[in-house]
Design a binder for this molecule. Structure first.
Ligand SMILES: [Mg+2]
Length: 436
């Protein structure tokens, strides 16, 4: 849809926009909407709507930060919104910097998720004013569609193999594989045992955090055997990757990166806490397994050494936590001269608005690697959100609607209120707290 068609569609809906960009445009209202379409465990979304002095001209952004949803909503309403009212929504970088310095004690997941939601909404507005998709404003498409991946998890090698085959049949070219370790009732991105599932449901019913037990030793010994099994059974014509979720010690991370080398992973994700820079330097000397990091970063300054020392191969910043479209474009540009590629975080616990923002940035950067994409969007999600990147044969794409190309049905969203679902506390068998 070009600008002329967009204006015509607005006119048909009773909304008129001037032929040229509106003069003296002002932000008149910032509204925060917390919704959980489908009332799922990971589905509390914090949505930001910015309205302007131009009737009918507004933008939507995603400020979802799982685990701090209501903190972000309150922070937006009380501490950022007053700094935006009356300002020009076209001055995105100006507003980004204004909101960053406004609270004085800056950065962190709550502050940066709030800025991310605002930033996406401002790019949405700018695109609508221009009558162009956001990727056009970022320099235009560098590719026709985005290579994507999703997960196959199982409690044993056969279950993972079956999941991989199902996804291959749907056209996926790259698949993340996760398996349970012997003796453990849960793990990252794997099905829980029946007993663990019941205990988790009980904790959720009581409104408290469930506990899961984790031991890294059995996991480190099991994982290479999963890849050995998959390469023997599904062959070499599929790219595989894996997410460690930082659940190992520094020395185990070295062992794992070396042990997985023969299986030619697409990348190994979140191998270690990003603070363990010294270990990343050792791993790079000892293993050629490609590494991906970034989903817990909360700004363009996080992980800078990982980039400038080329200790990783893919950046996985979450555009809903690092500062939106603006920061995504900056991070990609920082990575370009190092040959580091993008793989923006794209799970189901960030809303379709971020998935659309991910796609717009991914389409426009030269150093795109892959785009994570959540599957299984249910009917309540589709009732609330007008668009989700479309999947076909292992790739995703967005249309050519102006802005981010997504709208929110507010009446539908209000049917699905916030639901408290605390994330699990991960502990070793001796009770030691451990990274999720
Ligand atoms: Mg991850």
């Amino acid at each position: 849809m070009n600008r002329r068609h967009f204006l015509a569609s607005l006119a048909a809906a009773g909304t008129q926009l001037p032929a040229a960009a509106p003069k003296n445009l002002k932000i008149t209202s910032v509204q925060v909407l917390v919704t959980n379409p489908g009332q799922t465990t990971n589905g509390n979304y914090v949505l930001v709507k910015i309205l302007t002095s131009e009737p009918g001209l507004y933008g939507w952004g995603d400020a979802t930060c799982t685990g701090s949803e209501l903190g972000v909503a309150k922070f937006l309403e009380e501490h950022l919104t007053p700094g935006m009212l009356g300002r020009d929504p076209m001055r995105i970088e100006d507003l980004w910097q204004t909101l960053f310095f406004l609270p004085y004690y800056r950065s962190g997941s709550v502050h940066m998720s709030a800025i991310s939601g605002v930033d996406m909404a401002l790019w949405d507005i700018k695109g609508k004013v221009a009558g162009l998709p956001v990727y056009e404003l970022l320099g235009g498409r560098v590719r026709d569609k985005l290579l994507t991946y999703t997960s196959a998890g199982g409690r044993n090698y056969q279950e993972v193999e079956e999941g991989v085959r199902r996804l291959m049949a749907r056209g996926y070219k790259v698949i993340k594989v996760q398996v349970s370790a012997p003796g453990l009732e849960s793990g990252y991105a794997v099905p829980q045992s029946d007993r663990q599932r019941a205990a988790t449901a009980q904790a959720h019913a009581e409104g408290v955090a469930p506990t899961e037990i984790w031991e890294p030793g059995p996991y480190v010994r099991t994982l290479p055997k999963l890849f050995e099994h998959l390469r023997k059974t599904v062959g070499e014509d599929i790219d595989l990757l894996h997410d460690v979720h930082e659940r190992v010690t520094p020395s185990q991370a070295i062992v794992l990166a070396k042990a997985l080398e023969p299986y030619g992973l697409f990348f190994l994700e979140d191998l270690l806490r990003p603070e363990n820079l010294d270990t990343f330097r050792i791993i790079r000397q000892q293993s050629s397994t490609p590494l991906a990091m970034g989903e817990i970063f909360t700004g363009q300054w996080d992980g800078l050494n990982l980039i400038t020392e080329h200790l990783i191969d893919y950046v996985r910043h979450d555009l809903a936590h690092v500062g939106g479209v603006t920061t995504g474009k900056k991070v990609a540009t920082m990575c370009e001269p190092y040959g580091i590629l993008t793989a923006w975080h794209g799970p189901g616990n960030i809303s379709p608005i971020t998935h659309m923002a991910n796609a717009h940035v991914s389409l426009s950067v030269p150093n795109f690697g892959i785009q994570e994409y959540a599957t299984g969007w249910g009917n309540p999600i589709r009732e609330v959100f007008s668009a989700i990147p479309t999947f076909a044969d292992g790739y995703v794409d967005v249309g050519d609607q102006p802005g981010l190309g997504i709208d929110v049905n507010e009446a539908a969203a209000k049917k699905y209120p916030y639901l408290r679902r605390l994330r699990p506390a991960i502990r070793r068998r001796d009770g030691t707290p451990w990274p999720y």
